[in-house]
Structure formats: C-alpha cells, structure tokens
Design a protein around this ligand. Structure first.
Ligand code: FIX
Ligand code: ZN
Length: 412
C-alpha cells in the first residue's frame, strides 16, 4: 500500500490527536462559578437554537422569555428535536455532544439526560469535556463593561491556567459618549473629545485591565457600517489609544467584522444579523499600522475571499475562524479550502465561539473532521505533483493550524 492509500486515516488521526488552542470562546474560568455555563438546559437555550426554535413555534416572544431556563429548554427541545428532525448544524451539535458523553437521546428522554447531568461534579466534568474535545487552552471573552464579570475580577479569583483572558472592548469603541461616562465613574478622568488627557486616561484604563486579567489580546466586534479612517470617535480611539496600547503590550488586536446587532430585538441575544464589511477599512488599517498585528474574522461569506487576498498582502493580518453563521460544514469546508489554497498554513482555521462548555465537544469534533478532509485533499494533490508528505510534516502543519501559528503571530 502506498502512503497515499493511507493518507486520509493518517491525517485524521493526527488532526484528532493534536490538542487545540481555542482562540475565541465565551467560556469562563471555572473560578467564575455560575458564569461558566454547562449542562443540557444551557445547551438547549443556546441562542443559535433559540432563533431556530422560534421559526417552528407559534409562542409569543415575551411568553417564551418570561419562562424559566428549564421551560425554555423544553420548548426548544420539543420544537427542534421532537416535532422535527434535528438536521441543522446547531441541533446536530447537541447530539454529537451527548453521544460523546455516552448519552443517547433516542432512548433517554430529556428528564433522564437532566438526571445524568445532575450527578456530574463540575471539576471532573470540565476535565472530561476538555479531554473529549482535545482542547488544551481556552481563550475567554472578558469585558470590563459587563457588571457581573467585573465583580468577579475585582475579587481577584485564583485562575485556572487552561483559561486565558482576552480583553473585549466593544462599548469603548462603538458607544463612546456612554462609555466615557462609565470610565469617569470608575475613576478615569476622560472627556468626550480627543484631548491628550482623555487619550492617556483611556490608555491607562486599557493597561489596568490588561494587567488585572492577564489579557493576551484585545478585541472588538464591528458592524458592517465600520469605516476607517472616518470622522468618528472609533477612529481616534483606535489610532490614539487602542493601537498604541496593543503596540506597547506587544499584543494583536482582534477584529470580528460584519455583525449587525439586534436586527430583531424580540429575539434578544439570538437577534443579531450579518452584513458585508468594507474590507477597504481593514486594508487601510493594516497598511497604516505595520507595527500592529490584526487577528481578523469576517461574518459574511461574501467577505471571505477578500480577507484571504488581503492576508497575502499584509503579514500583520492573520485570518481566523469560521464565525457563527459561517460555522456550518459547507462553509467551513469552502473557507478552509480557500485559505489553504491561498495562504498555505499561515492562518487559524477555527475557533469554537462556545458559550456552553459542553459545546467544545461538538464544535471541535465537527471542525476537526472537515479540517482533516480539506488537508487530505490538498496533500493528495501535492502527491500528484510528486511531493508526498510524511507524518512528521503533517503533525507540524496541524500544530501550526491548531494554535502554533496563532501563538507565533501573538509574538509568544
Ligand atoms: O461577538 C461575538 O463574539 C459573537 O461571537 C457573539 O456575539 C455571538 O453571540 C456568538 O455567540 C456567536 O457565535
Ligand atoms: Zn464570540
């Protein structure tokens, strides 16, 4: 048998056994207690599923929101798993997760699954999930503007080294006058205009939080209307505070581009939508700030090709992940193939965006399967040109894609 006949299983084995650094999630260090979500009900009320469930239910929005989490989970379960086949990616995710945990929703009803979860000890469960997902490190999304989270940080929690911090600053960049007010309340002497004093106080705020939480990078999500440069607070805050801050701390700035918040506010967190971003803004940022490094993901499928082409032009740009509405098998395959063909291995194909610990299992199981397929296809083409890859070379490439490249880009 030639090594080509065994290529697919070799690649699959290596992709499955290589631990991943999950570079963007909404999970929390276990010491944050109730902020770290896990269990069947939290999986079922995941906003991806809630928006799908509403399409199948007549229930008024406020009736749904007025019920407890347990009842909401039952509504979702009935609408998406009992009354219809759970074919969507988010539904299948719940099934992949349960199966990996040894549960069978075809035989065990929701009550039985809940009873199984009630018997799990959190510490052991966290270890088990990380092991099943083969996740080595989880990057959190940490917002000083979130009152609940801020209170935890102020209490100086003992940290779990598997959970890394990342500083989220959407309100700072996107709702400046209101955020200025909050910064003032927290003891930072900022005005609303771009004076020297205000800029240096915003930098002090960023530095304080970066140190307090041990943040590894700074990040924002941006609407499709984002323009740069523009006559906006976002532009001067970026140029004079955020980008200099990232340079001072030697950290990348992550931009998640293309989300329109609250397209349907009745859906609450499930109500955000997508729009095509102006990547001319990103091009200008990369060109004008060569000393800064930009980690970028785009929500719109229509932006993916342009993002990859820009990354060929600017080595201070590192594309990452198949974000949210692009985190579906067909699009992951398309985007990952596009990136491999135009960037080689110099990108990070996926992040999980998990909000519930258990989701790490399905997000990584599904993504690893597709990554292995894409790599196998590319390596087979290489073999056709006379270059057969060795296991060591595959291992090196996969390590790079599952976190090594990200670390180097971060300057670690
Ligand atoms: O802005 C973000 O980080 C998004 O990932 C979230 O806002 C979004 O709700 C989400 O969970 C997407 O996967
Ligand atoms: Zn996210």
């Amino acid at each position: 048998m030639s090594s080509l006949d065994t290529l697919a299983p070799r690649v699959t084995r290596i992709v499955e056994s290589t631990p991943v650094q999950d570079i963007h999630t909404h999970l929390y260090d276990p010491s944050f207690g109730s902020l770290l979500l896990w269990g069947i009900d939290d999986q079922l009320v995941y906003h991806y599923l809630v928006s799908e469930a509403f399409r199948q239910m007549d229930l008024p929005f406020d009736r749904f929101w007025s019920t407890s989490k347990t009842e909401q989970a039952e509504y979702v379960w009935n609408a998406l798993f009992v009354e219809h086949s759970p074919v969507s990616e988010a539904c299948r995710g719940v099934l992949t997760t349960l199966r990996a945990l040894g549960l069978d929703p075809r035989r065990q009803d929701l009550g039985a699954i809940r009873r199984w979860y009630a018997e799990q000890r959190p510490e052991a469960f966290i270890d088990r999930v990380l092991q099943l997902a083969n996740v080595e490190r989880v990057f959190m999304t940490n917002s000083p503007f979130d009152d609940e989270e801020r209170a935890f940080w102020k209490a100086r929690p003992a940290r779990d080294p598997r959970f890394e911090a990342a500083l989220r600053i959407d309100p700072l960049l996107l709702s400046w006058p209101e955020s200025a007010e909050r910064l003032r309340r927290w003891g930072y002497a900022v005005g609303t205009e771009a004076s020297e004093g205000t800029v240096s106080e915003v930098r002090r705020f960023l530095a304080d939080w970066t140190r307090r939480i041990g943040s590894r990078y700074c990040m924002v999500s941006l609407p499709p209307t984002f323009r740069y440069p523009a006559d906006t607070a976002t532009t001067w805050l970026l140029e004079r505070a955020v980008l200099p801050h990232c340079r001072e701390f030697g950290q990348p700035f992550a931009m998640m581009m293309g989300v329109t918040r609250a397209v349907n506010p009745l859906l609450r967190m499930a109500g955000d939508g997508v729009g095509r971003s102006d990547l001319g803004a990103l091009q200008t940022l990369c060109a004008a700030h060569p000393e800064n490094r930009f980690l970028v993901t785009c929500l719109a499928r229509e932006n993916q090709h342009e993002l990859v082409v820009l990354a060929r032009k600017f080595r201070n740009l590192h594309p990452f992940g198949c974000w949210w509405f692009t985190n579906t098998p067909q699009l992951i395959e398309e985007i990952t193939t596009l990136r491999l063909e135009l960037l080689g291995t110099s990108f990070t194909p996926q992040h999980s965006d998990a909000r519930v610990l258990d989701q790490l299992i399905y997000k990584w199981h599904h993504s690893r399967e597709i990554l292995a397929d894409c790599l196998t296809r590319n390596y087979a083409r290489l073999a056709g040109s006379g270059w057969e890859v060795s296991d060591d070379e595959i291992r090196r490439d996969v390590r790079e894609l599952l976190g090594g490249g990200f670390h180097r880009f971060c300057g670690a």
